[in-house]
Design a protein around this ligand. Sequence first.
Ligand code: SF4
Length: 444
Amino acid sequence: MVIASSYPLSAGHGARPNRYKPGFDLNAVLEGRARLSNEQFLELYHQAELTDLGRWALAVSQRLHPEDYRTYVIDRNINYTNICTARCTFCAFKRNDPQASDAYTLSPGQIHEKISQLVQIGGTQILMQGGMNPALPIEYYERLLRGIREKFPTVHIHAFSPPEFVEFARFFHLPVAEVLRRFKDCGLATVPGGGGEIFSDRVRRRIGPGKCSGEEWLDVMSQAHQLGMYTSATMLIGHIETIEDRLDHLSRLRRRQDWALANAPAHYTAFIHWTYQPDHTPLDRKRKWNPDSDRPYEFDNGRTVRLADAYEYLRMLALARLYLDNIRNMQSSWVTMGPKIGQLALFFGANDMGSVMMEENVVSSAGTTYKLSQDMICRLIRDSGWTPVQRNQYYEVLQRHAGPDSPDRISVVPGVFPRRQHRITPAEAAAYKNVELKISVKPA
Ligand code: SF4
């Protein structure tokens, strides 16, 4: 693997004389001898060039993951209900009225059927989350979890989220730790980081009414860690938050992870951030900040939205990689950013392509979702210079795709993924989003 040596552990000095050079010892951060401080984070955010941030984040990623592979997992998102008591303004998935014609709750049998389909294609885990449905008793969840464990003993159950646990505690009149413990006894293995959004109260009050606070979110995860359950962490950017709100979010995560690593049998395994997808969401009715205006973006009680594009996504990924020195894995968010930016993420700090998803309902309700098949994800990883590897939820290697029978080498469907990917027509763009994508390559 030559990538690390092509990106030296020093601030990039291009031909341009005014190129930013860090005013602190960045090499110490890149080599793991020092932590990026909050002030240094802001300095980099405001002054460093995107390409430099990428090179530095890649250096950190290469130090933490010197192996010759990059990973992905095969799972299925199962959204067991869309009925929800919360009114998140960025959400187009929920139904607040249980009588709405398209409100639904899946039965355990319907969920088993979905898992059965997953197992048939070699999937290893489910990511099961819902709205927060007050009509469902604790017995629904316990029966569901026990049933999955009995019928599909090899399938890893990665399910629910801190906001759900906070509401479960309220619905069932039990402490959060007790709900976690009972669910764990029934088969729940790990807890995904859904509902993290932005922890700052001033933002959360505006975008997530009816949902737990940032501190409650973090408390649920700390309790899961104490019970030996690993979790992931997330962040949603590109709505009404400022860069200071994002930094506050990362800072709280870093502190909690320090605590978990020192005091608990489990911790955060990965960090994933993605961008707000506006279609069909109430938040989309707010005015949008104009990036060409002279006025910097400021928090104005949620009246103005600053959308995040690929540039901002990659910038934050690189900064998160530099700042979160105690969270080992960073996932690419190709579901919202598309295959090419998702691939580029591997050069901006991500070491994992996330999931080949059989099903996704939440961001697709907000208008944007990309679908990639296993061969396509493998191809994106291999084209980037790494060997694709299927992993489990603990980032352990399940299958290494080095030989001629690798998914991207045996499955070739010409014509679906055009060569000139950097200049696509609107029709092609729509096709990217709606078609099960296969990469177009000549057989080796
Ligand atoms: S984001 Fe989750 S908690 Fe918020 S309204 Fe949608 S389903 Fe409910």
